[in-house]
Design a protein around this ligand. Structure first.
Ligand SMILES: [Zn+2]
Length: 352
């Protein structure tokens, strides 16, 4: 067995034991029963198309083998160019976004600052020595962040929900409000986070003059081998009095985006994932590819968009540098102005 295979085997066996050690989320069914997206028989959530993105053992093993045999990717060892946000000009109108890496964005609109899916750890994994390792460091450290008003979290996968980062954020900035999809509040409360708002799809919460709405996306959840879909996943729409931001989190392509635009309106800015899509037959239901990301941009009728979920963790078999190349090609093919859907460098600041 090569080193990669040994690491992966240990990783998955460890997940099995983690579950046995009772580190799972506390499952409080009473909270979920009112949800239209919850099945009280299987005690799991499902997507708006009634599918649950389940994979057979054969499909899983076949993906793992494809991943082990993946083509050599120089970016896995070299990473990407990292820009220092402090060396770039702040926007003059008080509206800007910084890509910290993967799905973590620091967004400031009219004096309110939001952080999305904050992951600052070296690995997107429950373990410090195994699991997907960061190829590019976070563009800002937690200690260097400005005052954060709210954090939105899309779902519980380790590359989106990093408890270590959340605890550190909560310690340095205890005023932060956390917005999570249904079922995740227990995990956060258990880890000492106090101000947690838990929402079902289409539910709204207001804070500081902003409205937060959890929106459906096509995905799934899990933090161990036996908790698949026990908690919900979502996108987020945030409405300022004069600005609207949409965060897709993690998603396969579905009608959810058109429905989101119809119900909540078109966003001024949308954060849309473009990476982690190959092999396509395995990833299609869970992750859009760059061409589908452009379709999502069109479905939402977004004024502009920023690419997320690429260039930070090696999760799938496509080259880490491929997603923005395909994104640019698709934008060109569809005659969309390039500045309307951009992929930033790590740490790059975009004035809005
Ligand atoms: Zn995910």
């Amino acid at each position: 067995m090569n080193k990669r295979l040994i690491s992966l085997t240990i990783f998955f066996i460890s997940l099995f034991f983690l579950n046995g050690c009772g580190l799972l989320n506390i499952h409080n069914e009473n909270v979920y029963l009112s949800s239209e997206n919850y099945d009280s028989v299987t005690k799991t959530f499902y997507n708006s198309n009634k599918d649950s993105n389940k994979k057979s053992s054969f499909e899983l093993i076949s993906f793992l083998l494809d991943f082990i045999k993946r083509p050599y990717d120089t970016r896995e060892s070299e990473g990407f160019t990292l820009l220092d946000p402090a060396k770039q000009k702040d926007s003059s109108n008080g509206r800007q976004v910084i890509w910290i890496g993967h799905s973590t964005l620091l967004l400031t609109i009219d004096g309110i600052t939001i952080l999305t899916d904050p992951v600052f750890s070296l690995r997107a994994s429950p373990f410090s020595s195994f699991g997907p390792k960061r190829v590019t460091p976070p563009a800002l450290q937690i200690i260097d962040l400005p005052k954060i008003d709210a954090i939105i979290i899309s779902h519980n996968h380790y590359d989106h929900l990093d408890i270590k980062s959340l605890k550190e954020l909560n310690k340095t900035q205890p005023q932060i409000r956390f917005f999570v999809p249904l079922g995740l509040k227990n995990l956060l409360i258990k880890n000492g986070l106090e101000f947690v708002h838990e929402l079902d799809w289409w539910e709204k919460a207001t804070f500081n003059g902003l409205t937060f709405t959890a929106t459906p996306v096509n995905h799934w959840s899990s933090r161990s081998l036996f908790d698949r879909n026990k908690t919900l996943w979502s996108g987020w729409m945030i409405d300022w009095p004069n600005y609207r931001f949409y965060f897709a989190g993690d998603s396969g392509y579905s009608n959810d985006f058109i429905e989101t635009r119809n119900r909540l309106g078109s966003p001024d800015l949308a954060a849309i994932p473009i990476g982690a899509y190959a092999p396509r037959n395995f990833m299609k239901q869970s992750h859009i590819n760059p061409e589908e990301a452009v379709r999502v941009f069109e479905d939402l009728s977004a004024k502009r968009a920023i690419a997320i979920h690429w260039g930070t963790y090696k999760l799938t078999t496509e080259l880490l540098s491929e997603p923005p190349i395909r994104l640019r090609a698709e934008i060109k093919r569809k005659n969309i102005k390039p500045s309307r859907f951009v992929s930033l460098k790590h740490g790059q600041k975009l004035n809005l």
